[in-house]
Design a protein around this ligand. Structure first.
Ligand code: GLA
Length: 399
């Protein structure tokens, strides 16, 4: 599998860029969040893990300042070219705004590239699925720059630089979860991250007799980003209102009782629900990780279900596609828990499903989804993988 991928990357690199002299191969994963949704910009906890699917890259230095990008996923676009002198976001640059943004962010942090690069990417994360293909490209790019040019940056810093580039260069006001999960991924483990101070802990995910199944809604996302930013501002406003009566830095500082005692300070009913989700979801995440440590997978599953209800009713980021996938999943025997994952408004769900129920799960949920929504969902049984890595490349000393 990996061997085939390497051959495919090298063959295409030679076709696009002439030969494979001096090429290095890299990988960065995608991610799925098990629980803790829309908490990462509210100073709360998240519990994501890296996947074994992700983005592969074949890269080499150039002798001039050109940056030449090619994606096997968008081969129709051909080579997209820019240079180190022109690191500004633009519509025509399409997907290359992600790697460009990271190169720009490195320069902002004092790490200017001494020369350009030829970059070929090939991702096997399903398109637009909400499994963080953009964060995967950002972390991959950061890892490549560190490895190819010898910059001294930790993987945690790569996550922060990825988020910085997404916020400042690509204009998406995302939190730290996706880049952190990808840069810090560890095989077989999910990451219990406190976004208030970036302290984290790896928790082994041992699902004896069960697997993580992702269902992709295939809904085209449109309004997603603006709604995402809208939810952020609603939470920020609710926090300001709460701060008039209680001394907190973030919604994540409140427990359920403190929230209920003070939520009267929030003037608008919609904002009360938004803030309630942020507070309760954070607490659920802490409880879920504790349940996993106690091997109480059934409780972990129930908390996943509660998370979905809260995202549906209080945070309102699900929609008929994700609700159908989850509500049909709940009907299947052998489903331990199921919820939407990621930003919402489309994208995918994550379910814990007993091994013997996986076929029935895919059959039943797939059929009901097709009937109700009118097009098919896709299903992926996934494994938890590690962080970014170099797969092949010369060991020569950097000049
Ligand atoms: C997107 C963002 C993350 C996080 C999730 C919701 O994936 O990139 O930072 O806010 O949505 O939990």
């Amino acid at each position: 599998m990996v061997k085939n991928m390497k051959e495919k990357l090298l063959k295409t690199f030679a076709e696009v860029f002439g030969d494979t002299e001096g090429v290095r191969l890299y990988f960065a994963p995608g991610r799925v969040n098990l629980i803790g949704e829309h908490t990462d910009y509210n100073g709360g906890h998240v519990f994501p893990c890296a996947l074994t699917i992700g983005t592969y890259g074949a890269v080499r230095k150039r002798e001039d300042n050109k940056l030449r990008f090619y994606s096997m996923n968008f081969s129709g676009l051909g080579v997209i070219e820019t240079s180190l002198e022109d690191l500004t976001p633009c519509k025509e640059a399409g997907w290359t705004n992600y790697p460009k943004g990271v190169i720009w962010a490195f320069a902002e942090k004092g790490m200017k590239l001494p020369c350009g690069m030829d970059v070929l990417l090939n991702g096997n994360i399903p398109n637009g699925s909400g499994l963080s293909s953009s964060a995967s490209v950002e972390v991959l790019t950061g890892f490549v720059l560190k490895d190819l040019f010898g910059f001294s940056v930790s993987n945690k810093e790569l996550a922060l630089i990825g988020q910085f580039s997404e916020n400042q260069f690509n204009g998406v006001n995302c939190g730290i979860m996706d880049q952190f999960a990808i840069a810090m991924g560890k095989e077989g483990h999910a990451i219990f991250l406190d976004t208030a101070d970036l302290s984290y802990e790896y928790a082994p995910v041992k699902l004896a007799g069960a697997k993580i199944v992702i269902a992709c809604s295939n809904k085209k996302r449109g309004l997603g980003d603006s709604k995402y930013n809208e939810r952020r501002s609603e939470c920020e406003e609710a926090l300001r209102e709460l701060q008039a009566v209680v001394d907190v830095k973030a919604l994540g500082d409140l427990d359920e009782a403190a929230f209920e005692a003070n939520c009267g300070a929030i003037a608008d009913e919609v904002r009360v629900r938004r803030a309630r989700h942020a507070v309760y979801e954070n607490r659920r995440t802490i409880k879920a990780v504790e349940a996993l440590k106690q091997n109480d997978i059934a409780l972990f599953g129930r908390l996943m279900n509660e998370s979905h209800v809260s995202l549906r009713d209080d945070y309102e980021v699900t929609g008929i596609e994700l609700d159908t996938l989850v509500e049909e999943a709940w009907k299947v025997d052998g489903v331990i828990g199921s919820r939407m994952t990621g930003a919402g408004f489309g994208g995918c769900t994550v379910s814990l499903v007993k091994d013997e129920a996986i076929d029935a799960f895919i059959g039943q949920v797939g059929k009901a989804y097709q009937e109700k929504i009118g097009y098919a969902a896709d299903f992926y049984v996934v494994e938890i993988g590690g962080g970014p890595a170099r797969l092949m490349g010369s060991e020569e000393k950097e000049s």
